[in-house]
Design a protein around this ligand. Structure first.
Ligand SMILES: *Cc1c(COP(=O)(O)O)cnc(C)c1O
Length: 378
């Protein structure tokens, strides 16, 4: 079955008993046992819940993984993955990535004696030479947030596997409709489901999709022991959201391409970072490993004053954190998503007061361009 069909029909799809086409929300914390030592397969909703399971099976299939766990946030998903590694481990990460990830690493996992090293993962030689005896994993975002740096998934898989490490890809920006890291050698693909998978700026959720029995067993034990599960209602909302994922992304990407073309004509815009631009450093790799360029754009304006002025003047485009929804959002990484990332790290990748990020929605693109135009006229 093609992915476009799978997202609509899900795993079980409809309810076998009643024929209900909207998969039911099983709002039950516990389940009646038919007799001693017998179970329907569902015992207690922290362990299994039919609605969450329908969602998890659908996403596992989309990402070509063996198992998916649905969490109450993207950060809960990343926390669970970091718990795979014992004290004394060394983990390599992309130096440009969602601000919550380095904060989680520095504020909590460093205390577990895990050493995190942030490097440019688009530089394969650097990744190779950064591997140490205790390197247990490589964690990347591609394209990265917010600088849109592209890393070669297949080449990195070979490098980290040669060192017996796990390869983890945060696939939030492209979703399995456009990029499937597990088919390119990653062991884990994870998501902030809050973003494109949800698509309507109304649910906080996270997903970990994995392959390999040992990893799945460890993740499963952590999942049921710590309990950062996605609720049945949010799972149902997410099933509903995912049904339109392919048409949303198509439209978002189409709009993004036109907005990029327009940004390039604005006198106050000095740089545009979009992986679909032929002169982007990661353009060829993107074409090789994805089925599309996505709808995330970052750009720099001439001065910090212009950036702040534009943020105050956009109307239809909302000045807000987050991304991936049907509404177009403009974000100021230095003061929002990356406010707590240490300065040495943000300045190394080029996040500064002139940088703005756009998550393009599904509105009529002419209205979006008109809004940008009025915001840029001083
Ligand atoms: C938002 C985001 C996260 C964190 O997810 P939450 O759902 O906000 O907890 C992680 N990674 C990326 C790339 C994100 O954009």
């Amino acid at each position: 079955m093609k992915r476009e069909t799978k997202i609509v029909h899900g795993q079980k799809g409809y309810d076998k008993e009643t024929g209900a086409i909207s998969y039911p929300i099983y709002m039950s914390s516990t389940f009646r046992h038919p007799g001693f030592s017998r179970s329907t397969g569902y015992d207690y909703s922290r362990m299994q819940n039919p609605t969450r399971e329908e969602l998890e099976c659908t996403l596992a299939a989309l990402e070509c993984g063996e198992r998916c766990f649905a969490y109450s946030s993207g950060m809960a998903a990343i926390t669970s993955v970091f718990y795979l590694f014992p004290g004394g481990s060394h983990i390599l990460l992309s130096e440009d990535l969602y601000g919550g990830t380095p904060r989680l690493a520095a504020e909590f996992f460093a205390a577990h004696n895990i050493e995190f090293e942030f490097i440019d993962t688009s530089n394969l030689e650097l990744v190779k030479s950064s591997i140490k005896e205790n390197t247990k994993a490589l964690f990347i975002e591609t394209p990265s947030n917010p600088m849109m740096i592209v890393s070669d998934i297949q080449a990195l898989a070979d490098i980290i596997h040669a060192a017996d490490g796990l390869f983890i890809v945060d696939n939030t920006f492209l979703t399995p409709m456009l990029q499937r890291p597990l088919t390119l050698g990653a062991d884990i693909s994870l998501h902030s489901g809050t973003k494109y998978l949800c698509g309507h700026n109304d649910i906080i959720a996270g997903f970990v999709i994995a392959k390999g029995e040992k990893i799945i067993e460890k993740l499963g034990l952590h999942y049921k022991s710590t309990g950062a599960i996605l609720s049945p209602f949010d799972s149902w909302l997410m099933i509903r959201s995912i049904k339109t994922l392919s048409v949303r992304i198509q439209r978002q990407q189409e709009n993004a391409g036109k907005i990029v073309d327009h940004l390039l004509t604005l006198a106050n815009v000095t740089d545009v970072y979009y992986v679909g631009l032929a002169d982007h450093a990661g353009y060829e790799i993107t074409k090789k490993q994805t089925e599309g360029f996505g709808a995330m754009i970052s750009f720099k304006v001439k001065t910090p004053e212009i950036a702040k002025e534009v943020l105050g003047k956009v109307k239809l485009i909302y000045f807000a954190e987050s991304l991936g929804g049907v509404e177009t959002l403009m974000t100021y990484p230095i003061a929002q998503t990356h406010a707590e990332v240490p300065k040495w790290l943000t300045s190394r990748v080029g996040i500064d007061e002139r940088l703005l990020r756009l998550s393009v929605g599904i509105e009529d693109v002419a209205d979006l361009i008109a809004d940008l135009n009025q915001a840029f006229i001083s």
